[in-house]
Design a protein around this ligand. Structure first.
Ligand SMILES: [Zn+2]
Length: 536
């Protein structure tokens, strides 16, 4: 069970004498708090945690929180998530007797995800399976709980009104940062890439994007969901993106610099004897917005525009739900601008084409069937070339092919390496025999060492290149039977989707170039280059 909601790494200690301790001290048992402090410090050392502050209650403190000034300070800090955990001798030292106090303490720790560390056990307040911890808060009656909750909610409202971020978790694309010189948190753009994804999502929803059917349009939450999943971008939960999650992110005003209060407050209910918490969406009226302490990542204009667009277009089906009509879907890129080429259907019976959707691109479209045939032809040629090369390298490794040239260079460098080592030895001999002065020896030796360094770098580079090339040769040898299989099964494929799956098994991408507009010249200057998927 994760308890990562609290981002602090520091621990504090809370010390308080019980009535019993005082009685024992009166009978000469020694300083209780000193003993407790030593016990907890050695516990901290054993657990390798950092204790940076000690709250120590004075002698006059009472049982209730109201009578314990240090406890009040501690609770404030805990509610703000200032501590990763609190070291205490045993739980009743935090709260005893009075049930409301117990509830207040339990809520503060649970709410902020703060650990309670005792010599007996570490309690994880946000772990609902930590039964012992649950026992700690069990005495709370429903009415008391409501009173505590109101107190907490009031505190939350104040913080939101001040523009602070009060949730433990930052929203997608953001990270939570501690405010300087005051209590509470605010937000900063996340620096692990999620912030870029967030901006991309708004871009897709606000600027018309080329679609697989050849049209361009703004992407709704469903289309964005499909795209994010296709790009294997991790979602906030780590599972697949869903349209609901994408929509929720896009309509969150936090992205334009706001904080909101009362959005989806938790509703508790008892189901089959268990307490369930749900967060139903609140109606717009219950939600209040306040200017956040953070700067929006999205301008107000773009935010409002996207929100309106999503409300006007509840859910558009993503391109994946439409039956695939293009066997080359997702494979062909434009040779002059690098955009993915898309299929364009026509109403008037004209054959569908494959075109580059980029407005000012000089690339000329071709009939889809022509490109498809071109791809198959390129695959056949690739196989023929591969067979030819393979035969020639087998018969004469040094003949023509580049790996032979590299091997020759490598052996020349090795020879130079040996010569330099010999020269170095010779220089030592000459200085020993007094033929070289120390000065000349040093000069000589520096020159040799320079050349050795150079030789070493070249040796390493060429070995890496050679290794890579041999790897590639092996990879090509591995992929060629697969290409043969795909070519053989292609005519048997029943649908564009099946054809597409076959091609994608062996092709990484296809590059298409054609700049000559003359349609009568058949394929004209159409050029198709395939990039087989090489297993590395
Ligand atoms: Zn293009």
């Amino acid at each position: 069970m994760p308890f990562s909601t609290n981002s602090s790494t520091e621990y504090c200690m809370y010390l308080r004498k019980s009535r019993k301790d005082m009685e024992m001290e009166a009978q000469g048992s020694g300083d209780t708090l000193k003993r407790h402090r030593e016990t907890l410090l050695s516990l901290a050392a054993k657990m390798q945690i950092n204790v940076t502050y000690i709250y120590e209650e004075g002698v006059m403190s009472g049982d209730t929180i109201a009578e314990r000034p240090q406890m009040q300070k501690l609770l404030d800090a805990v509610e703000q998530g200032a501590w990763k955990g609190v070291l205490v001798m045993e739980i009743p030292r935090l709260a005893r007797g009075d049930t409301i106090d117990q509830g207040v303490v339990a809520q503060a720790f649970r709410y902020s995800g703060t650990l309670i560390v005792t010599p007996e056990k570490t309690y994880r307040p946000d772990d609902e399976y930590d039964e012992e911890y649950m026992e700690f808060g069990l005495f709370m009656s429903r009415r008391e709980y409501k009173a505590i909750n109101r107190r907490i909610q009031r505190g939350r409202l104040f913080s939101v009104q001040e523009g602070k971020w009060i949730a433990n978790k930052a929203p997608y694309g953001w990270r939570r940062v501690k405010l300087e010189h005051e209590k509470g948190y605010t937000l900063e753009p996340d620096d692990t890439g999620a912030s870029e994804v967030l901006q991309l999502m708004y871009y897709w929803a606000s600027h018309p994007q080329p679609m697989p059917d050849g049209t361009t349009r703004r992407m709704g939450s469903a289309a964005i969901t499909t795209k994010l999943n296709e790009m294997s971008i991790p979602s906030p939960s780590g599972k697949k993106w869903t349209a609901a999650v994408v929509r929720e992110i896009l309509i969150n005003p936090v992205n334009a610099g706001w904080v909101r209060h009362n959005y989806r407050p938790a509703k508790k209910s008892v189901v089959d004897g268990e307490v369930r918490v749900s967060r139903p969406r609140s109606s717009q009226e219950d939600v209040s917005l306040y200017p956040g302490r953070h700067r929006g990542q999205i301008s107000q204009e773009v935010f409002d525009d996207v929100k309106k667009f999503l409300l006007d277009n509840p859910s558009r089906p993503g391109p994946k739900q439409v039956a695939m009509k293009n066997p080359l879907s997702g494979l062909v890129i434009c040779g002059s601008c690098g955009h993915a080429m898309v299929r364009r259907p026509y109403q008037n019976g004209r054959q569908e084409t494959l075109l580059c959707p980029h407005t000012y691109c000089p690339t000329v479209a071709s009939n889809l069937v022509v490109v498809e045939q071109g791809v198959l032809q390129a695959m056949r040629e690739w196989l023929e070339n591969f067979d030819l090369e393979y035969q020639s390298t087998k018969s004469d490794p040094a003949q023509g092919d580049s790996s032979g040239a590299l091997r020759a260079a490598l052996s020349a460098l090795q020879k130079e390496h040996d010569q330099l080592a010999a020269q170095e030895a010779r220089a030592y001999e000459l200085v020993e025999q007094g033929i070289y002065s120390t000065e000349i020896f040093l000069q000589r030796s520096r020159a040799i060492s320079e050349r050795q360094k150079e030789n070493q770098t070249q040796l390493e580079q060429i070995s890496i290149e050679l290794q890579h090339m041999e790897h590639q040769e092996k990879a090509r040898a591995a992929i060629s039977p697969m290409i043969r299989t795909v070519l053989a099964s292609y005519p048997l494929a029943q649908s564009p989707k099946e054809k597409n799956d076959l091609l994608k098994r062996v092709l990484q991408k296809v590059e298409y170039t054609k700049t000559n507009r003359n349609r009568r010249s058949g394929g004209g200057d159409m050029n198709i280059r395939i990039y087989p998927k090489l297993p590395y």
